[in-house]
Design a protein around this ligand. Structure first.
Ligand code: NOJ
Length: 553
């Protein structure tokens, strides 16, 4: 964890099941990834993050792992993975894997054995007696099911699962569990992978007594297991015993974390992690979660962006993203399907020119959008089913379905749109999940040919940011923070300045060049329209969802 290579690259997240089917069974796999590595190189990608591809019963599509040391036969085997890894490295693309160690599948061998009270694996998990017969050991709720505890009738004890009932929380206080985690890390690092994205890593240390949640804290998302008592100790142990011995890097998923708290993980001489993924900027059109929708509020988005940029500047490194496998498509949320190309491109500029390492989620570079399915049975996301099971009892079906259609993670998990051919060129067989019907107009093959496409714009922005010292190193300052439709920031580095102007509306907005920015000296370096606009004196009028980047010397 010593060198800084991760600061100079743009990462691409592959959710393997929907990326590309290479063996004709309707499910994306590593054979498909192998075929498409050149596409990623051409996009300018310098690193891949693989969402889990390990054996899994798929209660949560791979985030419920039953074997940490191999590849699910649905996705290939270790041989094809090594081929992907070698080829990626020969293209100078780093590869990081998802490390899911807060929980295992209930079908993992450790958990099977732990069901027996006398097993050495009993203490790998949290097995507890209920407070009273018929009552759970504490009042914790689960993200994906009703309660966080399930009773095993064999021993009449409950096990803890903060997520799905088939995702059982590991007891990290047990040194044997930590040794297993280190073994898993070494196995993949020795094979040559370059690091890990660490799933819900801030949840891995639970307080010994597992105290009840306090209602008013819990509704705000404050939980005792979030950044629990021994979290730093464990992450330091992983770093010292394993990660320090490799030239690798880590990015931790940290739900609800503030930048100030994040600094306790990512700053200082021997930080626990290299970067964390914060969530605040994903709440600009909802209350905490997409399932509680609100109108899009640009000021909220800007506040989140700027808070992270300012707090980490000079002290730590930001992880930048607008999409991943847990959120609906950003173009449908913060952009506009009506202004598809303009807003898709503008969104790329809005986050990728900030300070940090950008991540692009598969299909984001094409401007893929949300799409609605009619019936709950068509959805695969366990969260959608959990919400439906609970809400449809008390609310009108139509309302519940409309919220699910907008919020479900399945929006971003449809097969990647490679071409206008059958099944969007994703597979020759019927895909495991429906393709978005707009694939005849939004797909990689056509966008590759069209020099004005969202895809070609992403290539441009990535090339620009990868070669720019100002983008890598410059200080960030937001201008016009109260403007309801324009997001404007500057980046300054060694006497050079970039001015980034992003319009989040179809309305024309008058933009006035601030003091110190002489429009006659502005050199346009990126614009999502064919020509950059002419400034009229000190002002200009923005076009729908316009993105403009000027350089000043
Ligand atoms: C966060 C992952 O990103 C999400 O997809 C998963 O469902 C939960 N962690 C549980 O592993």
């Amino acid at each position: 964890m010593n060198s800084d290579w991760y600061k100079d690259r743009v990462f691409y997240q592959i959710w393997p099941r929907s990326f590309k089917d290479g063996n004709g069974d309707g499910i994306g796999d590593l054979y498909g990834v192998y075929e498409k590595l050149d596409y990623l190189k051409e996009l300018g990608i310098g690193g891949i993050w693989f969402s889990p591809f390990y054996p899994s019963p798929n209660a949560d599509y791979g985030y419920d792992i039953s074997d940490y040391y191999s590849i699910s036969p649905e996705y290939g085997d270790l041989e094809i993975f090594k081929k992907v890894l070698d080829r990626a490295h020969s293209l100078d693309i780093k590869v990081i894997l998802d490390l899911v160690i807060n929980h295992t599948s209930d079908e993992h061998e450790w958990f099977r054995q732990s069901r027996d009270k006398d097993s050495p694996f009993r203490d790998f998990y949290f097995w507890r007696k209920g407070k009273k017969p018929g009552k759970a050991p504490n009042n914790w709720s689960s993200f994906f099911s009703k309660g966080a505890w399930t009773l095993d009738p064999k021993t009449m004890e409950h096990y803890l699962h903060l997520h799905h009932v088939k995702q059982v929380d590991l007891n990290m206080d047990n040194p044997a569990v930590r040794e297993e985690v280190k073994k898993i890390m070494r196995f993949w690092l020795d094979m040559g992978v370059d690091g890990f994205r660490e799933d819900v890593i801030t949840y891995i240390s639970k307080p010994k007594t597992l105290p009840d949640d306090v209602f008013f804290q819990a509704v705000k998302g404050l939980r005792f297991y979030d950044c629990g008592p021994r979290i730093h100790e464990y992450l330091q142990e992983f770093r010292t015993d394993v990660l320090d011995k490799y030239d690798c890097f880590t990015v931790g998923e940290a739900p609800m974390i503030t930048p100030e708290k994040a600094l306790t993980f990512v700053s200082g001489p021997h930080p626990d992690l290299n970067m964390v993924f914060g969530f605040r900027h994903m709440e600009a059109d909802c209350l905490l979660k997409e399932y509680i929708p609100l109108p899009f509020n640009l000021r909220k988005l800007k506040r989140a962006f700027t808070h992270w940029q300012k707090a980490l500047n000079g002290r730590a490194w930001n992880a930048l993203y607008l999409e991943n496998h847990d959120h609906p498509r950003v173009l449908s949320r913060y952009g506009s399907e009506k202004y598809h190309d303009e807003s898709g491109k503008m969104l790329a500029v809005s986050y990728m020119l900030q300070k940090g390492t950008p991540f692009v989620f598969q299909g984001q570079e094409l401007g893929m959008t949300n799409f609605a399915l009619k019936d709950i049975s068509q959805y695969k996301d366990c969260v959608a089913h959990n919400v439906y099971a609970r809400a449809a009892k008390i609310l009108p079906e139509k309302l519940v379905m409309s919220v699910i259609q907008r919020a479900t993670r399945d929006n971003c998990r449809s097969p990647l749109q490679w071409s206008g051919a059958a099944n969007a060129g994703f597979s020759e067989a019927e895909p495991w999940f429906p393709v978005n019907k707009n694939y005849p107009s939004i797909n990689a093959e056509d966008e590759d040919r069209d020099s004005d496409s969202v895809l070609n714009f992403y290539r441009k922005v990535i090339a620009f940011r990868t070669q720019s010292d100002i983008v890598r190193n410059g200080d960030y300052k937001e201008l016009m923070p109260m403007h309801p439709h324009l997001y404007v920031y500057e980046r300054r580095w060694q006497g050079q300045t970039l001015l980034v102007i992003c319009s989040f509306t179809e309305k024309a907005c008058r933009f006035r060049f601030p003091k110190g920015f002489d429009p006659s000296k502005a050199q346009p370096v990126l614009c999502n329209y064919k020509n950059a606009p002419q400034a009229d004196g000190r002002t200009l009028l923005t076009r729908p969802y316009e993105a403009l980047v000027y350089k000043f010397y």
